[in-house]
Each structure stands twice: as structure tokens, then as C-alpha cells.
Design a protein around this ligand. Structure first.
Ligand code: ADP
Ligand code: MG
Length: 252
């Protein structure tokens, strides 16, 4: 498999005329896991929403590319075709559309044989300990937090995107779900060279999903970058080493 690069350069963005993301640079290669950690209110979720193309967010300047293809300005489905997968903090419920339907459409849109979908879905469900009864249900409707995340991770395993942005996949997950989901994603980094941008407030996610690079974000900027040891340090000292409080939003 050829190596891909997800590159964010000088990204400034916000909402309702307020700048929240204040100049972000990232370069993630296939198979790498980058984590962004930081106190609440740092702009982490805003960054993930802007990269995903969620409506209502305004890009002020900068770029985000996969292998040189500009994503900013593209609708969400085109970003997905460019190789991006995004799991949302609060997944959208889609009544009337089953998982298999949705994945079949995605396969067809990429010129892949949709008859392969069911087999892949079943194999992924087994790996994730995800009950088959959910597969014919409407997408995400009536699923618990853990089931939604297993469902999203199943989609990731079937679709084999180049890059995934995971915003707080550890929020609201029990230990078993967190372990299953993060193990599957970690395996994807070698199986199909998935590159990951994992956004998290806590380091517990990073026990299974082994980061190569950790970035600390505060006030809309990346204020520190280091190796996996940075997560251990943050766990011990919180964000006080940066003169920041752990839980309180930063006023910007
Ligand atoms: P994090 O994910 O790091 O906790 P967010 O990106 O959610 O941070 O929020 C960063 C800042 O942007 C906060 O000050 C928050 O109040 C503000 N913000 C986030 N979403 C909105 C919104 N929809 N409208 C106005 N301000 C917002
Ligand atoms: Mg957030």
C-alpha cells in the first residue's frame, strides 16, 4: 500500500465570527497515530468539526490536504471519498437506513463491489463483539453509547479509510467497549495503514491506541508536541505544567 499524508497547515477557523482554532499545523502519515490532548475549551472539537466539514464552521485561512488534495471547501461525502473517516462525538441517527445499506452505497460510490459488504460487515462485527441484530437496524438509532462506537468502528473497518479523526471516542464508553474499539483501530494502523488523529481529554484511550506523537492544544493552538511519554507526564501533572487548569475552559 502506498503511503499517504494528511497535512494541516496554518489552519484558522471559528464559529459565528469568533476565531477558535488559531493556527494549527499537523502532518500525519499512513499508519501513524497522533493524539491531541488539552483542557476543555481548547478548540479540539472545533478543529475536528472543521476538518470534517461540518456545516456552520468558518475557515478563516489555511489548508487541510490528503496527498495534496484540498479538503476544505469540500462537502463531507467528498472528504470521505478523498480518504477521510470521521467518528462524531455524538453520532447522527439515520432512521430508515441500515448499516448494510449505507456501507453498500459507500462501496458503490468508490467503484467497489457492494456484494462484498455483508461478508466484511459480519467479520468486523465479530471482531468488535458487536451483536449481529444491530446490523439490520436503522443506522445508530436506539444504540447505547458503547454500541454506537462499536458501530462506527465497524464502519471504519469495512470502509478502510486512509485517515480517521476520532473526537473523544473515550467519552461515555465502558472499559470493554473502549478496549474493543481502540484495539480495532490500533490494528487498522497496520492492517490497512490507517492514519489516526485521536482527540482526547484523558490519556486512558492511549493505553490501547498507541500514539506516535502527542500534541497539547490550548487556546486554539498547539503549545507542545512530543512522544508517547508526554501522555504519562500529562496524566501525572495535568496541564498545570503549562500554567493551565485541567478542567476549566480557557477563556479566549
Ligand atoms: P474542546 O473540544 O477542546 O473542549 P471546543 O472546540 O468544544 O473545545 O470549544 C472551544 C471554544 O469554542 C469554547 O470556548 C467554546 O465555548 C467555543 N464554542 C464551541 N462551539 C461553539 C458554538 N457552536 N458556538 C459558539 N462558541 C462555541
Ligand atoms: Mg471537545
Amino acid at each position: 500500500m502506498t503511503s499517504s499524508t494528511f497535512k494541516v497547515s496554518g489552519l484558522r477557523a471559528g464559529i459565528l465570527g469568533k476565531e477558535i482554532v488559531k493556527g494549527i499545523d499537523l502532518e500525519i502519515h499512513s499508519g501513524q497515530v497522533h493524539a491531541i490532548m488539552g483542557p476543555n475549551g481548547s478548540g479540539k472539537s472545533t478543529l475536528s468539526h472543521v476538518l470534517m466539514g461540518r456545516p456552520g464552521y468558518e475557515v478563516i485561512s489555511g489548508s487541510a490536504t490528503i496527498d495534496g488534495i484540498e479538503l476544505l471547501g469540500m462537502p463531507i461525502w467528498q472528504r470521505a471519498q478523498a480518504g477521510l473517516f470521521i467518528a462524531l462525538q455524538y453520532p447522527i441517527e439515520v432512521p430508515g437506513v441500515s448499516l448494510e445499506n449505507a456501507l453498500g452505497e459507500a462501496f458503490a460510490a468508490r467503484g467497489q463491489d457492494r456484494s462484498m459488504v455483508y461478508e466484511k460487515v459480519l467479520a468486523e462485527a465479530k471482531r468488535l463483539d458487536f451483536d449481529e441484530k444491530f446490523l439490520s437496524r436503522s443506522l445508530n438509532v436506539d444504540l447505547s453509547g458503547g454500541e454506537k462506537k462499536r458501530n462506527e468502528t465497524l464502519q471504519l473497518g469495512v470502509l478502510e479509510p486512509k485517515f480517521a479523526i476520532l473526537d473523544e471516542i473515550d467519552s461515555g464508553l465502558d472499559i470493554d467497549a473502549l478496549r474493543d474499539v481502540s484495539r480495532r483501530i490500533e490494528a487498522a494502523t497496520t492492517e490497512f495503514s490507517l492514519g489516526v488523529l485521536a482527540i482526547t481529554h484523558y490519556s486512558r484511550l492511549l493505553k490501547e491506541l498507541k500514539p506516535d506523537v502527542i500534541h497539547v492544544m490550548a487556546g486554539g493552538k498547539i503549545i507542545d508536541t512530543g512522544g508517547p511519554e508526554l501522555a504519562d507526564k500529562l496524566e501525572k501533572t495535568g496541564y498545570s505544567a503549562y500554567g493551565l487548569k485541567d478542567e476549566e475552559p480557557i477563556v479566549i
